[in-house]
Design a binder for this molecule. Structure first.
Ligand code: ADP
Ligand code: MG
Length: 250
């Protein structure tokens, strides 16, 4: 579903990704751990084509969209291709980024109607199903400001799922939440995982990684230091830097 080979990324003078290789098979749940500044968000941005890569190849669902760009940007290589590839990916951020002037239902049907061109009735029906799935059926008419952070994040997950992505990516989805609201979001993510969605999750929630992830990738200073079955990486890390990180976040 996702193949990242030898990806390099520079931000200004910063060599942020230094030859990253990661493969994610269909249905796999991969958690990416690593200290702040190690390049995790940058990697997700490259996968989602928000940022062109400076070297290497990224393929999503067999579509090759990251190239050795040789000075041209990814966008110059075909905006339509990028837009199509991006549609395969659902993205959930630390800050939920809901449209504040739209109801919950409005948020969830926006993409399907405006971007996918689905009939409104169909989008509304699907939105109600998704809101039921994330436990917010009764909030369809509420505005984001009337919801807790955990509820807003669950709406963000429903909104991403409404686009029928083949891959869901989460960038520290619970980091901005009060501790008592983290559990409900992780439960929703676990449900999405159980339905067979392919997921890449950047998180510091070790318990979630241990229970839900098939694989854990540990990134440090723009490189993948470890990549293996969740239990192997979490219980028996091969690098001192991984062990140190795990001690700190536990
Ligand atoms: P993480 O998500 O793992 O915390 P990031 O991908 O956000 O890491 O950042 C990786 C590195 O890139 C950090 O050293 C950060 O300071 C640097 N960085 C992020 N954005 C920019 C930018 N616009 N210009 C230069 N450096 C940046
Ligand atoms: Mg980040």
């Amino acid at each position: 579903m996702l193949s990242i080979q030898g990806v390099h990324k520079w931000l200004g003078h910063n060599h942020v990704l230094k030859g990253v290789d990661i493969t994610v098979r269909t249905g796999e749940i991969v958690c990416i751990l690593g200290p702040s500044g190690s390049g995790k968000s940058t990697l997700l941005r490259c996968i989602n084509h928000l940022d062109p890569v400076d070297g290497g190849v990224i393929e999503v669902a067999g579509e090759r969209i990251g190239y050795e760009t040789h000075g041209t940007t990814l966008y110059e290589q075909g905006e339509r291709k990028v837009a199509k590839a991006r549609q395969q990916i659902g993205m959930v951020f630390q800050h939920f980024n809901l449209f504040g002037h739209m109801t919950v239902l409005g948020n969830v049907i926006y993409g399907p109607t405006k971007i996918l061109g689905k009939p409104k009735a169909e989008a509304v029906q699907r939105a109600h199903e998704l809101l039921a799935k994330v436990g917010l059926e009764d909030k369809a008419g509420s505005y984001p400001s009337q919801l807790s952070g955990g509820q807003q994040q669950r709406v963000a997950i429903a909104r991403a799922l409404a686009m029928e992505p083949r891959l869901m990516m989460f960038d520290e989805p619970t980091s901005a939440l009060d501790p008592e609201l983290v559990g409900e979001v992780l439960t929703t993510m676990r449900q999405v995982a159980e339905e067979g969605m392919t997921m890449v999750v950047v998180t510091h929630e070790i318990g979630f990684a241990r229970e839900v992830a098939d694989r854990v990738v540990f990134m440090d200073q723009g490189r993948v230091l470890e990549d293996g079955p969740a239990r192997d990486v979490l219980d028996n890390p091969q690098h001192e830097r991984t062990a140190g990180f795990l001690r700190r976040v536990h």
